[in-house]
Design a protein around this ligand. Structure first.
Ligand code: NDP
Ligand code: OXD
Length: 315
């Protein structure tokens, strides 16, 4: 029985070393140089896996994603049918995302970038401020990440709403559901946060039309976008046009149509854009390796795996 690391975008050594420390008897292999006999592989840990590799593993029982999102795994057209895909659902990852969302909502709310710029220029500018309850934050995606972030923002006093496919119930958070309620959700939202997965339905969702429906009644007179879901949800050409015309006041982007963000992207230097390098919620090797081991133990004890992806829904 062996576990294969199939990671094409991060250095995978630290992941294998951590796993070897936690489970010294586990036979670990590394794609592409140390796969060994493909028939030995029962488990794969994947992040941006190259196509065709998973289907060449005849005894594969479980695919583990190293993150909460599984779009890159599902995009492999040769993915073996029926092999369960387990995604990450861990308090550490969720807390990191909440920190990111709270940090950036507060950064915009407290106008920190303006303060930084004033300090750089030695300007003592005591501008008008507002309270959290003046700002309506709307979170797209009320799953593990979105619901936790919503509660944290609610506790800080923001007017918080969320939008998901199925109706949620979160005390103090106005929960909208489905396409029919999307426009009402947008109309009340001053700061739009995306914590959606990337699926066919969410591709290109944040475009000029969506931005045009957001509230203009907030303290900044135009809405703000924070996207930590996936980059393919945003149409960057539309974001730039909306920022330049003033239709969008500012944006914090952790995810991009193309990652790493190309050097020539105007987003890097736009004065009202904050760029972060897909680090909103990083997967910690020790935490996630322990999570994978727990799932393998459950599986081998005949218990159901947790957080299995619904391939039809795409998340
Ligand atoms: P979940 O699967 O728990 O939640 C997804 C949420 O999105 C659900 O509430 C779901 O609705 C909603 N949703 C999905 N499709 C639609 C749609 N078409 N319309 C409306 N709502 C929709 O995922 P997580 O909260 O764990 O993670 C969310 C995403 O965050 C990940 O898929 C990943 O892309 C991103 N992420 C980014 C990270 C980063 O560092 N930038 C780190 C971790 C995650 P319903 O509840 O009704 O199913
Ligand atoms: C994830 C990510 O999906 O880091 O976990 O993007």
């Amino acid at each position: 029985m062996a576990l294969l690391y199939l990671i094409s975008s991060w250095p995978a050594d630290v992941w294998e070393a951590t796993m070897n420390k936690l489970a010294p008897k586990l036979d670990t292999r590394m794609w592409p140089d140390r796969v060994g006999d493909p028939a030995d592989i029962r488990y794969a840990i994947a992040w941006l896996p190259p196509p065709n590799v998973l289907r060449g593993l005849p005894n594969l029982e479980v695919i583990f994603s190293l993150g909460a999102g599984v779009d890159a795994i599902l995009s492999d057209p040769t993915l073996p049918d029926g092999t369960p895909i387990v995604r990450v659902n861990e308090p550490d990852l969720t807390m990191r995302m909440s920190e990111y969302v709270v940090l950036h909502v507060l950064m915009h709310h407290r106008q920190q970038r303006r303060i930084d710029e004033n300090q750089r220029r030695k300007v003592w500018d005591s501008f008008e401020t507002h309270s959290a309850s003046d700002l309506a934050v709307g979170i797209m995606g009320l799953g593990v990440m979105g619901s936790e972030a919503a509660e944290r923002l609610r506790d800080l006093g923001f007017k918080v709403a969320g939008w998901s496919r199925s109706r949620k119930k979160i005390p103090g958070v106005h929960c909208y559901a489905g396409e029919a309620e999307f426009d009402s959700f947008l109309r009340r939202t001053d700061i739009l946060v995306s914590l959606l997965p990337h699926t066919a339905a969410t591709t290109g969702l944040i475009d000029r039309v969506t931005i045009g429906k957001l509230s203009r009644n907030g303290p900044f007179g135009a809405p703000i976008l924070i996207n930590a879901g996936r980059g393919k949800q945003q149409v960057e050409r539309d974001l730039l046009a909306a920022l330049d015309s003033g239709e969008l006041f500012a944006a914090t982007l952790d995810v991009f149509e193309t990652e790493p963000l190309p050097q020539d992207s105007p987003l890097w230097t736009h004065p009202r854009v904050t760029v972060t390098p897909h680090c909103a919620a990083d997967s910690d090797p020790e935490t996630i390796s322990s999570y994978v081991l727990r799932q393998i133990r459950r599986h081998e004890a005949g218990e159901p795996l947790e957080n299995v992806v619904d391939r039809r829904r795409g998340y």
